[in-house]
Design a protein around this ligand. Structure first.
Ligand code: ATP
Ligand code: MG
Length: 458
């Protein structure tokens, strides 16, 4: 800037010099004294130079400074300001330019803030987002999308969607969104860490103010959890129907036979009636277990906590098994200090013990041994029920608490099992804020441990 100023000054000084040369030449025709002529010209030159410099500093330089500042503003440098203290209308212009610069700077900060906020929202939203223009080029992908599909921003942005997204369902979503100019919904599955992930894709068209199609937003929702719940629900319904079907078929079959031919034969009569009775008992147990589970699962289900002495509960439960224990000649040992107590739902805690003891007795051969122990620390009580029974194969141990899961369906059904006992145990334990797990060795025995928080402040 200073360089251009000095060039300009030099040009003005040179022009003045030429002008004075011309004036001198004219004057030399009038004034004869050479000294007077040079003095007049010298003084004239100095006066004109002073006037010119004054004009330059007052009018030309401020305009140049203002124009330079405007140039910076146009380039987007909103921090540029006119720093020279000018007066008059030029000063006014400078102040207005500075004010304009301040406003622009504020606007740009606000715009930046809004852009940052929008970016934060887009990046932290729980669904994947992709912005595609009307030609099919990707302009934006967010973090969730990258976590679903892998890759980095630069692997997508600037590319045609069908070159970088390979699922045909996604292509169809985009095409139909553009074609019908309305929201389109499809679903796709992805394989991630050897797990199936279900994703719902929604394409939504974007329009200009004049209702012209400008592009589309694709939103990707991870619906794996919903899908799994749906699958579980379907499985559950199928399992329940199957479990109900077996005793009902049996009851209907035997009742039909009885009606057709058995009524005259007292032996068959009794035998079949017994079968019908046993099967209906099974049905009752199954329905009771299902009701228990559905009650436990009901939203708003509340446990009724009371101070509960563990040994007392065990002693209340054991007599119910007395006959079975005696029949199988099983030894039951209890190691529980009578001081161990916790806040729990008494009836539900009983249910846990009943289910675990019933299993221990059912799945332990004659002359086996069952131990009921409890230990406590400051916050929890651990109840362990171990047996010397048939044990659980290691490959299915993790499934043992699933509804209707039975290692040996036929055998468990013989003992009247529905496969819901441990699911109920797990549910009740978790409602108390506790955990249940099993350690087992095939043909050696199993230990079920229920960890319950004492909840003494409840
Ligand atoms: N102590 C145990 N020893 C060996 N296997 C066991 C033991 N406890 C449970 N199991 C296995 O786990 C399965 C599931 O147990 P669960 O108590 O849920 O159902 P169940 O005993 O078959 O029927 P019920 O619903 O009447 O209790 C059983 O069928 C059995 O195969
Ligand atoms: Mg059981």
């Amino acid at each position: 800037m200073n360089e251009s100023f000095s060039k300009l000054k030099f040009a003005y000084a040179f022009a003045l010099f030429i002008l004075l040369g011309v004036v001198g030449a004219v004057l030399s025709l009038i004034v004869e004294d050479y000294i007077i002529l040079v003095s007049v010209l010298g003084i004239l030159y100095i006066i004109l130079l002073i006037i010119l410099l004054n004009v330059f500093h007052k009018y030309i330089k401020p305009v140049q400074v203002a124009s330079k500042t405007m140039g910076e503003l146009l380039k987007g440098n909103y921090r540029a300001r006119v720093h020279h203290p000018f007066n008059g209308s030029i000063g006014d212009l400078s102040r207005k330019i500075n004010e304009l610069a301040r406003n622009l700077s504020e606007l740009s900060i606000n715009e930046q803030m809004q852009a940052d906020q929008l970016k934060t929202v887009i990046d932290n939203t729980e669904s994947g987002l992709v912005l595609i223009d009307e030609k099919g080029y990707i302009h934006l992908v967010n973090r969730k999308f990258l976590s679903m599909f892998g890759g980095r921003q630069r692997d997508y942005v600037g590319y045609l969607y069908y070159d970088v997204m390979h699922q045909t369902e996604i292509h169809r979503t985009v095409q139909e969104t553009f074609l019908y100019e309305e929201n389109v919904k499809k679903s796709i599955t992805l394989e991630k860490d050897r797990r199936q992930i279900y994703i719902e894709v929604v394409g939504a068209p974007i329009f200009t103010d004049r209702k012209l199609l400008k592009g589309a937003v694709l939103a990707f929702y991870d619906i794996t959890d919903f899908k799994n719940v749906e699958v579980m629900r379907k499985d559950f319904v199928a399992n329940v129907s199957h479990e109900l079907k077996t005793p009902i078929t049996s009851i209907t079959g035997f009742a039909e036979t009885l009606l057709d031919e058995g009524l005259s034969n007292p032996d068959i009569n009794r035998q079949f009636t017994e079968i019908i009775y046993n099967e209906s008992k099974r049905l009752k147990v199954l329905i009771n277990d299902l009701l228990t589970l559905s009650k436990l699962e009901k939203e708003g289900f509340a446990l009724s906590y009371s101070d509960t002495y563990l040994l007392q509960i065990v002693n209340e439960v054991l007599p119910a098994f007395k006959q079975k224990i005696a029949e199988k000649d099983i030894v039951v040992e209890t190691y529980i200090e009578d001081s161990i107590h916790l806040k729990a739902d008494r009836e539900k805690l009983k249910q846990i013990l009943i289910n675990l003891l019933a299993n221990a007795i059912n799945y332990t051969p004659e002359q086996g041994k069952i131990k009921i122990q409890a230990i406590e620390n400051e916050t929890d009580v651990h109840v362990m029920i171990s047996d010397t029974g048939i044990g659980i194969p290691p490959d299915v141990t993790h499934r043992i608490f699933e509804r209707f899961f039975r290692v040996d369906k036929a055998r468990s059904r013989d003992t009247g099992g529905t496969g819901l006992g441990l699911a109920i145990v797990k549910h009740i334990t978790e409602l108390h804020g506790g955990k249940v797990f099993v350690e087992s060795k095939l043909n050696k025995g199993s230990t079920f441990t229920v960890m319950l928080p004492k909840n003494l402040d409840k």
